[in-house]
Design a protein around this ligand. Sequence first.
Ligand SMILES: O=C(O)CC1=CCC(=O)O1
Length: 279
Amino acid sequence: MTDTVTLGDGCTIAYRFDGAAHAPVLVLGNSLGTDLGMWAPQIDAFAQTYRVLRYDTRGHGRSQASAGAYGIDRLGRDVVELTASLGIDRFHFCGLSLGGMVGQWLGIRESDRLDRLVLANTSGYMGPPSAWDARIAAVLAEGMAPLAEASIARWFTPGFAMRHPDAIEPIVKMLRSTDPTGYAGCCAAIRDMDMRRAATLIGVPTLVIGGSADPATPPDHAQALASAIPGATLEMLDAAHLSNIEQPNRFASLVLDFLARSSSRPPVAREGAESAYDR
Ligand SMILES: O=C(O)CC1=CCC(=O)O1
């Protein structure tokens, strides 16, 4: 059942729990234009071992779409406030795309509360800003419907989309029902984000998952992120952007195997360590 929490700035965030009450907590962060339902293919597997907390990112699903431009800092603080208000002290975090950007922020700013971090189909920088400005202007003028075709082309390989219309349909519904104000607010957060250098400060054991056919956050973004994060592991899936939908079982196994590994903190980043993005 979905419930809500009202944050300090008055924004209402929707969330739900699955799994046993006393199991370790795994928080899941959704991508731009989807909602917590995007984790449906993994939820049964994850909830066997974890108390899974899924939430709708601000401006998405049943969470409120506050007005104006958001920032990754705001979206990260939403997770901090949500977990604190639910009495959760420590947790694992797995985020895909925009969810993975929030994950990077948490890994940099809240590493004391994080056990392990999974960053899927995401990036430390998704420029150029002008492309996001154009998308924001379009969505605010015309709504969500015109975005559907191009989004689906980025999110799934053509072969998968043809063979699995049943998997695509709920995702299209999520996109079409996203509030344009919330979508635009999150586009602004992505536009203004640059964590390429700060990612070297992530002090949590991290798994980076990329998609070999992901046109939105291409494989070299996954490689650069994994190289920047001390001790990170990189895995590539044969998928486009929403790799958890296109490779549901493989995605679940990668995450579960990684979370089950005995925990050891990665080496602390050397000051001035070379960033993969510098090469
Ligand atoms: O542009 C897209 O739809 C891909 C994307 C960027 C951030 C995100 O969450 O999805």
